[in-house]
Design a protein around this ligand. Structure first.
Ligand SMILES: *Cc1c(COP(=O)(O)O)cnc(C)c1O
Length: 236
């Protein structure tokens, strides 16, 4: 087994143990392998360990990976998640290549993704990015604005509203992590009452996975612990 495959097995086992510890349903928490800056060979390696969902942050890099897999391995069933910031001039590329978008934080982005989603593709599965830290500098919408954006998304035929996502402030103590995640869980629960398609809570990374799973996460986004440290030397 390769290092990457060992890492995936280790993290998958941890997720299963945490589901049991917090009385979550077995298999309810999905592992999203964040492959940004990492080469295609590593994604192929992870695929051999049954990893099927991959997250990318940069439009150009992500799109070129999707195109490569469609051309060389059309038989592989990969779910591609876009988890980076989206500029308006890049929405078309995202709409034409990805299955999921975690980072919708403006009505303009939602509208453009809807209008640019090709008719022969399934609706784009989307999450609203929420700012749980109440810091102006953080991306994501404030809690009060979530419902207005949800209203718009639910009216767009080529988008399916699946839930919310957050990248909370980087804190090390468990109680603070849990508090931020529970706030997001409540928003998701309120949204799910109103919109039956809402079932997803994207939260938890390598350093705060346990608190996220305790609070109800359904997608944990893990990069470094699977693929190793990133080298940003070639990035914009
Ligand atoms: C890079 C990234 C991750 C993965 O972070 P690691 O610390 O490498 O696990 C998760 N979520 C988002 C939004 C990211 O940009």
């Amino acid at each position: 087994m390769t290092h990457i495959q060992q890492n995936i097995h280790r993290i998958t086992t941890q997720i299963t143990q945490l589901e049991q510890k917090f009385a979550r349903q077995q298999g309810e928490v999905q592992l999203l392998a964040v492959s940004k800056t990492k080469p295609i060979e590593m994604i192929l390696d992870a695929y051999q360990a049954d990893q099927r969902s991959f997250g990318e942050n940069y439009v150009q890099e992500g799109v070129s990976k999707v195109v490569w897999f469609n051309a060389h391995h059309p038989e592989m069933t990969i779910d591609w998640h876009f988890i980076g910031p989206i500029q308006s001039n890049k929405t078309r590329q995202v709409a034409e290549h990805f299955d999921w978008v975690h980072t919708i934080d403006r009505s303009k982005t939602a509208q453009r993704l809807n209008d640019q989603r090709p008719a022969d593709m399934a609706p784009l599965q989307v999450l609203i990015q929420v700012n749980t830290s109440d810091e102006e500098s953080k991306s994501g919408v404030m809690k009060e604005e979530v419902f207005e954006l949800a209203q718009l998304i639910s009216s767009l035929p080529n988008l399916t509203l699946r839930g919310v996502m957050s990248i909370p402030a980087n804190v090390n103590d468990y109680a603070s992590q849990l508090q931020a995640f529970q706030a997001l869980q409540q928003i998701k629960a309120q949204l799910a009452d109103k919109y039956p398609s809402v079932d997803t809570l994207s939260m938890g990374m390598s350093g705060d996975m346990e608190a996220a799973i305790e609070a109800g996460s359904t997608i944990v986004r893990i990069g470094t612990a699977i693929f190793g440290a990133r080298d940003y030397a070639n990035k914009q």
